[in-house]
Design a protein around this ligand. Structure first.
Ligand SMILES: [Zn+2]
Ligand SMILES: [Zn+2]
Length: 337
């Protein structure tokens, strides 16, 4: 089978590999669409902490596909599915507490195990979730980053009527603008870095899109920092209302340090929290919202490439001219079983 493999940092190619063999309690899935993100670039370039990857590695951690060989209790052959990427042990204190994002044993599809940029992938049966027929594969691909966002918002638990500011206009920020609607905010403002992203922010459901932090008016009960830039984190901290919460979800790079307005945080009774990855429960919540027709992520897909055209996909991801949402690779045909 064809697979997009990083053999070593800087060495990526489309290879012919043996198809995966199914072990007990595993399901074989045919990926249909795979999304690419900045983390894939870090894997390709070798800038990711090498403790989190096992090479040679088939990339692909944002994806949706069709079951081709099932297991007891898992969706039957032909079911359209998404699959949780984090393979939590289920036994450690963090897992037993539901904090599967902090499982003491790190194992994840597309990082320590082969990912979905391949014609077939073997996955643990317990992590497979069915998609309703009305949910597109394109929305399915975005379940992974959406679960990261859902977990971040859920950590803050905003009350209805909260003014929300999202700092960042990439996939995570735009998904936050859409998902936070489920907490009935008074308004959702997006502070972006590139004016070209405005149509996506508006399609996400933002009430306002700004690129100038000095144009922000008033303060916000919930601020989500999704840009992963020191200045953006400082803007987030400066924009929160008394009693409000700042959730940091963007990674700014190892060692990046932002200034902390200590007195404002204390006097403002402000909560500042980080949110890492997603829990199994957050993933299920996103799938439930999609299957209930309460959200769609279709608006976010702007670029589509065939698997054989992976070099164009990666170069599109590296160069951010014009409007850019999710970049997808079409890996398999949804029709031919
Ligand atoms: Zn990603
Ligand atoms: Zn665990």
């Amino acid at each position: 089978m064809k697979a997009l493999v990083v053999a070593a940092p800087g060495d990526i190619s489309l290879l012919d590999l043996d198809a995966p063999t199914k072990r007990p309690a595993e399901v074989i899935v045919k990926p249909v669409l795979v999304g690419l993100c900045g983390t894939d670039l870090e894997i390709i370039d070798g800038s990711i902490d090498q403790a989190y990857v096992r090479m040679p590695l088939t990339i692909g951690h944002e994806w949706a596909g069709i079951v081709v060989d099932s297991a007891p209790g898992a969706p039957v052959v032909g079911t359209r599915v998404v699959v949780e990427g984090i393979i939590a042990c289920g036994d450690c204190p963090e897992c037993l507490n539901g904090d599967t994002n902090r499982c003491l044993t790190y194992d994840e599809l597309g990082f320590t195990r082969p990912g979905a940029a391949a014609e077939l992938i073997a996955v643990p049966a317990a992590l497979v979730h069915s998609l309703d027929d009305a949910v597109s594969f394109e929305s399915g691909v975005l379940v992974e980053p959406a679960a990261v966002v859902y977990r971040a918002i859920d950590r803050a638990r905003p009350v209805a009527g909260t003014r929300v500011l999202i700092v960042g206009d990439g996939t995570v920020g735009l998904l936050a603008a859409t998902l936070v609607r489920n907490w009935s905010p008074a308004s959702v403002h997006v502070l972006g870095a590139r004016a070209a992203q405005r149509p996506l922010a508006m399609a996400a459901g933002a009430d306002a899109f700004l690129t100038d932090p000095t144009a922000l008016e008033g303060t916000y009960g919930l601020v989500i920092e999704a840009a992963g830039v020191v200045a953006a984190a400082e803007t987030a901290l400066a924009s929160v209302a008394r009693g409000g919460t700042v959730v940091l979800v963007g990674l700014a790079g190892t060692g990046a340090v932002a200034g902390l307005p200590i007195d404002d945080i204390v006097n403002g009774d402000v909560s500042v929290v980080g949110s890492f990855s997603y829990t199994s429960r957050a993933w299920q919540s996103v799938v439930d919202l999609l299957n209930a027709g309460r959200v769609s992520f279709d608006f976010l897909v702007t670029h589509r490439f065939a698997l054989g055209d992976w070099e164009s996909a990666i170069s599109t991801l590296r160069h951010s001219d014009g409007v850019r949402g999710k970049v997808l690779l079409r890996v398999g045909d949804p029709q031919d079983g």
